[in-house]
Design a protein around this ligand. Sequence first.
Ligand SMILES: NC(=O)c1ccc[n+]([C@@H]2O[C@H](COP(=O)([O-])OP(=O)(O)OC[C@H]3O[C@@H](n4cnc5c(N)ncnc54)[C@H](OP(=O)(O)O)[C@@H]3O)[C@@H](O)[C@H]2O)c1
Length: 262
Amino acid sequence: MLFLDKVVWITGASSGIGEALAYQFANQGAKLIISSRNEDELLRVKQNISSNCLIIAFDIADSTAVEKAVNTAINYYGKIDILVNNAGVSQRSLAVDTQIIVDRKIMDVNYFGTINITKMILPFMIANGGGQIAVISSITGKVGFPLRSAYAASKHALHGFFETLQLELKPEDKIFITILCPGRIKTNISRNALKYDGTLYGKMDEGQEKGMTAEICAQKILKSIYQKKPEVYIGGFDILLVYFKRYLPTLFYWIASRVKPT
Ligand SMILES: NC(=O)c1ccc[n+]([C@@H]2O[C@H](COP(=O)([O-])OP(=O)(O)OC[C@H]3O[C@@H](n4cnc5c(N)ncnc54)[C@H](OP(=O)(O)O)[C@@H]3O)[C@@H](O)[C@H]2O)c1
C-alpha cells in the first residue's frame, strides 16, 4: 500500500478527478478528508469508501470557511500528510466577451482558494515534520488555449506561486510539491464551466468526451505524488502543445489557434 495511514485531504472530491483520487488513495491505505461545496455528493462518494473518511463541505473561495475547515481537519486527525489541491472551475467564453466578475470568480476559486488553504495548512505540515502538496493545474497552466483566458491565467498563476514556494522551503521542512498538468480528461468540467456572464456552460464538450478517463488520470497522479515529481504532464496529444510552445513556438500558435476548443 503506497499511502498506508497517510492523512490525505482532497479538495473537489465530489466528482471527476477528485472523486477518482479519493477511491484510489483509499485503496492505497490513506485516511481521507474529502471536500467540495456539495455535501450530498460527498456523502455519495464516502459510501464507496470503506476506510476512514471525513467530509468537510465548504466553498474554497470563502476564506472564513477555509479557516474553519482547516481547524476541523487538524482537530480530527491531528495532522495532514498530503494536501491535494484539486477543486477548480473552467471557462467557455472569449476573453473579449467575459465579464470581469467572471475572471475574478475563476481566480478566486482556482488560484486564491488554492493558495489560501495551502498557506493555512503549511505551518501544521512543517511543525509535523513534513508533508506533500499536490496541485492540479492543467496543460493550460503551461500554454494559452482559446475560450480559457481566465482559466489559463488562474492555472499559470498556480505555477508561479508553487514553484516559488518550493524554492523558498528549506530542505529540513521536508515539504514536496507536485504540480500536475492534465490535458483533456472526461469529467463534468465543461458542464460546470462558466460562460461570459457567469452562467453555466452546461454541455459535455466533444473534446472532453474523448478525453482520458478520470480513473487513469488519478492513477498517474497517485504515482507522481508517490514519486515526489515536481511537475508532470498527463494526457495524449494535448501534451505536445507544451513542447511545441517551448521548442517550436510558431507551430504552437498555428496549431493552438486551429484546435477545436470545445
Ligand atoms: N477535466 C479536465 O479536462 C481537466 C484538465 C486539466 C485540469 N483539470 C483540473 O482538475 C480539477 C478537477 O476538475 P474535474 O475535471 O474533476 O471537474 P469537475 O468534475 O467539475 O470537478 C470539480 C470539483 O471542484 C469542486 N469545486 C468547484 N468549485 C468549488 C468551490 N468554489 N469550492 C469548493 N469546491 C469546488 C467541485 O465540487 P462542488 O461543485 O461540489 O463544489 C468538484 O468536486 C480542476 O482543478 C480542473 O481545473 C481538469
